[in-house]
Design a protein around this ligand. Sequence first.
Ligand code: SF4
Length: 74
Amino acid sequence: MSARLAVSGERCTGHGRCYTLATTGWLSPDDEGYVEVKGSAVAVPEGREAEAWDAVSVCPEAAITITEDESGSS
Ligand code: SF4
């Protein structure tokens, strides 16, 4: 099963908790401190699903959503 992590462009205010506290390098900041994927989505790397859900938990703006693709395609 693959998953995608999406960040709302309207909700993300750049706290940085998703890329500093929850994940190990596959989310990163842009030049202004917002998560780079703000306003879009990224595939969750294989085996990092728990980190993706941690990112959901630590975001104070509830900006992150995860979509799981049960077909296995990405
Ligand atoms: S923790 Fe939430 S508000 Fe902060 S950068 Fe990540 S997505 Fe944006």
